[in-house]
Design a protein around this ligand. Structure first.
Ligand code: NI
Length: 227
């Protein structure tokens, strides 16, 4: 399931994020890739524990906590501390790869199973050419290039790549979510039901039927969630 999450960062937070990224100590992205991914990875990343990365992590995690769609779509149990990358000039692409199944956050002892991958776009799409996130899923290839501040979440199991950036700079945050509900299929059922319920309640208010279906949603979540 691939879901666009609009306006994770509002314009003010986005401006603050870009300011932090300006003076950041970028380093080659290969340093954090496994041996297979390192062969196709050619971008820049922020060291996970530099001052700018820590400030940016707090900014992104705070915004995610306030976003109901992010919660509904991913049902997070643990969120990996967000990382930040830059595709520009000679460091402009990341070929087809799969993300590691388990990620360790440096210096924190945090271990996250990568059920869901997330990319949060930080540069306006018209400020760079190329840089589409291409995700292979059961519906074929999805090409994703979103407005700054928007995010996409997609199954951690998929093969994906970032197309070469041929003009400008693509800035993004990327991270993984270990979900309370491990199965993508079950998460999808819950998310679809949650969205239908929100529309039903907006239309009819708290009807007996809406209360009963909300109960069913929570009973399914209780059945499937691992906290
Ligand atoms: Ni990846």
């Amino acid at each position: 399931m691939l879901i666009r999450i609009p306006a994770v960062l509002e314009p003010e937070a986005l401006a603050r994020a870009r300011q932090l990224l300006e003076g950041a100590p970028w380093e080659p992205g290969e340093l954090t890739a496994g041996t297979q991914a390192a062969l196709v990875k050619n971008n820049l990343q922020l060291p996970a524990t530099c001052a700018q990365a820590l400030a940016l992590q707090a900014l992104v995690l705070g915004a995610l906590e306030r976003h109901p769609l992010f919660f509904s779509a991913t049902l997070p149990k643990k969120v990996f501390p967000p990382m930040f990358n830059r595709y520009e000039g000679a460091h402009n692409t990341y070929g087809d790869h799969v993300d590691k199944a388990v990620r360790y956050a440096p210096g924190t002892g945090v271990r996250v199973r990568t059920d869901v991958s997330c990319t949060l776009f930080l540069a306006e799409p018209d400020s760079y050419d190329g840089g589409e996130l291409v995700i292979a899923d059961t519906f074929g290839e999805q090409r994703v290039k979103l407005a700054a501040g928007d995010a996409v979440v997609y199954p951690g199991t998929s093969v994906h790549r970032v197309e070469p950036v041929t003009r400008g700079a693509r800035l993004a945050s990327f991270f993984w979510i270990e979900s309370m509900v491990r199965s993508d299929e079950q998460r999808r059922l819950l998310h679809d039901m949650d969205r239908a319920l929100m529309r039903l309640r907006a239309r009819d208010g708290e009807s007996d039927e809406a209360v009963a279906l909300t109960g069913t949603y929570h009973n399914l979540l209780r059945l499937w969630a691992d906290t």
